[in-house]
Design a protein. Sequence first.
Length: 438
Amino acid sequence: MISKLSKSSVKQAIFQALGECRPKTMALFEGMDDVTFRSQPHPDFSPVGWHLGHIAYTESLWLLEHSAGLPCLFPQYRKLFAADGLPKSERVQLPNLEETYYYLNTVRKKVLECLEIADIEEQERLWRFLIQHESQHCEIISFVLELINAQKSIVNTQKWKYQHHSIIPTLSLAIAQQETAHNLEEMIQIPAGEFEQGNDSIDALDNERIVCKVYLDTYYIDRYPVTCGQYRSFIEAGGYQNPCWWSELGWQWLQTEQVTQPLYWPNNCIWDDHPVYGVSWYEADAYSRFVGKRLPTEAEWEKAASWDAKANRRRTYPWGDEAPTAQSQNCNCDRLIGKTTPVNAYPAGQSAYSLYDTLGNVWEWTASWFGSYKNFQSYPYIGYSQVYFDQKHRVLKGGSWATRPWALRSSFRNWYHPSVRQIFAGFRCASSKIISAD
Ligand code: AVJ
Ligand code: FE
């Protein structure tokens, strides 16, 4: 393990993370028109402009007001940008992009002054929380933009393109795929035994703590996330018309929603080896039943992604303990590519149990309700995790192509209501018994 960093290098690391995260946030807004900034493509999600202001508000609340004891810099924004200030439908009367940038930059300038003098030993967890808070709102901004783009392209008036497609050659991905033949149906046997679930590092969020030994019986889990090609066979077999694959609540949901395919569904088979995404938990659950499998529990997912049985230790990332970078070629995250990649594109990203794509590409629904681990303590406020321990939210693991590296690790827990399909979520299947691939 890394020895405890000295005070000044902790500050240096936080200063650097703040400085790396913010330009990525701002890049999402580059050249954005006012209509996009304020529009609300779906009533369950706030406009992207609101998320930008809320990032500034949250930083100001925790670092300037709570930690440094400073007065609120922009009291006029308190009600608008507080998480519990206004209903989502009233979050459309926003300052414009320029005014919001002024807010963001003014707060950040003060925040950096505070970092200079902060008691970082006491506050490190909070600073790391805020970097992850911004990262998570970036992902929400990403899918709200995706929804706007989808709606725009329906009426064919798309003018503004926010995708920053990467210069990383897709050629190296193609080469990686040719190295070995991939059976995308393959399941991996995970032998019975204990593993360690959770995270107790300084950047752990309240819901990840504490690390706990968990025993699991032998199970089987898909080596790859379910692909568009595989999912098409469910659609073509009439999966959306046949209640036998659906849970009772899932079938009810389907009757109300009347959908017949995932939300982000490509009309082209060149995407067949990409993961399916834009599915609700109900669709993931139905597909799993269709192929004679089930969704993995969160513990099953986490063991397969992070446990190194040989070394008898937990890895932070599937491949080890080094965070992914633009060069590391071990997962598709951070919008570096700007879209999904084939599920077998990152051999260097395999877990100890040889699963592909557990981090990045698409979030993966699990069978588990979002709940607390042993000795849970709310941090920094009960509205962050605790109010969602309500048996109404399912856990998602692994992060997507849009997830910032600060919110990407095998222990990270995301949660949404099972009906949500706007997020970048797909899934992989599991089984307690071996499934013969006939
Ligand atoms: C973990 C993505 C469900 O959006 O409510 C942001 C993240 N919490 N600000 C959410 C979050 C507070 C959270 N999710
Ligand atoms: Fe927030």
